[in-house]
Design a protein. Structure first.
Length: 325
């Protein structure tokens, strides 16, 4: 694209042209370079204070003897890795870790799979139906987490819940008065449905936006060559949108892995710890036992696990992009 070159304006007194102000590589005047940084400085400072400071504070507490007494009077003693040794030596911690990985895997697979199907359907729908479906997705996405969780409490209520009424009306009498919140497996399933329902709109709309960028000629050529729906998706759609799939998967892993409000409001990690994941486990230790040091250690291990998983995914994505280029 040709770059427009503006001649310096003539001086009003002498008629001579004044030299143009020096510019950097991106065309920004050098004498105005601090302003972009000054404008974003408040947002950066706020982000550092709200995100980095709590993380560093939690990391410090995880290396201290920090309980109710230290919270009130201060003077926490440094204990090194004792909290981590105590945590890693308990079988309950490893059970919670396994449950958290299972929880994350089930939710992410369902979210990405359902979102992909909805995005492909949006491309094929007519304008009115597409607008109606997208509006519904946006409404679900805009619903506050606590409000949606409260709705699910009503839906799955044992005596007056809509779900039990529908299942009983279909002839499934075993669900008459069935208590979803007293059964570990059922409670786990309810939470999966809730989190998937809340997470699908973002992923589906993002994938739909990516699908609209793929040239229609590629699909027409593939159909002329006899390609089926699965072949077209595997050889055209997915390779083109691979970076977007990787990004959505990474974001969903983060959101599902650290999911807390839905679990705490519906079950508080119960019954019998069947829905206790690492964030809930850290909160329960700090809240019930006042072991803020041990709870901080759980939180820091959660951050480490997420960082390792996401860094590995990012490296794999960058290698794939480098191989394609």
């Amino acid at each position: 694209m040709p770059v427009a070159i503006h001649a310096p304006a003539p001086d009003a007194d002498t008629g001579r042209r004044r030299p143009a102000p020096p510019t950097g590589r991106n065309g920004v005047r050098r004498d105005s370079w601090p302003w972009p940084y000054l404008l974003v400085a408040p947002a950066v400072a706020g982000g550092v204070f709200l995100l980095l400071y709590p993380l560093l504070r939690a990391a410090l507490i995880s290396f201290q003897h920090f309980r109710m007494g230290e919270l009130i009077r201060g003077g926490a003693a440094f204990v090194g890795l004792d909290n981590y040794r105590e945590l890693l030596a308990t079988g309950e911690f490893w059970t919670v870790v396994l449950r958290t990985f299972v929880w994350t895997a089930i939710n992410v697979v369902l979210i990405v799979g359902i979102s992909t199907g909805i995005a492909l359907m949006l491309v094929r729908l007519g304008r009115r139906m597409r607008t109606a479906l997208m509006s519904s997705l946006a409404l679900v996405w805009a619903t506050p987490i606590i409000a949606a969780t409260t709705i699910f409490q009503w839906l799955f209520q044992s005596e007056l819940g809509v779900v039990n009424w529908v299942l009983t009306s279909l002839g499934l009498d075993s669900f008459r008065g069935f208590s979803w919140f007293a059964n570990g497996t059922a409670m786990f399933g309810v939470l999966v449905v809730l989190v998937v329902w809340q997470s699908v709109p973002f992923a589906a709309l993002t994938l739909y936006a990516g699908l609209t960028t793929i040239p229609v000629e590629l699909y027409e050529s593939a159909r002329i060559d006899g390609g089926g729906a699965w072949q077209i998706f595997r050889q055209i759609t997915f390779p083109i949108l691979r970076p977007m799939f990787a990004l959505i998967t990474s974001l969903e892993v983060i959101w599902v892995f650290k999911c807390f409000p839905q679990i705490w409001v519906l079950s508080q990690g119960g019954p019998d710890g069947a829905t206790t994941t690492l964030p809930v486990y850290a909160f329960k230790i700090a809240r019930a036992l006042h072991r803020y040091d041990l709870g901080s250690a759980v939180a820091m291990l959660t951050v480490v696990v997420l960082t390792v998983a996401l860094v590995g995914n990012l490296r794999r994505m960058l290698k794939q992009e480098g191989a394609e280029t």
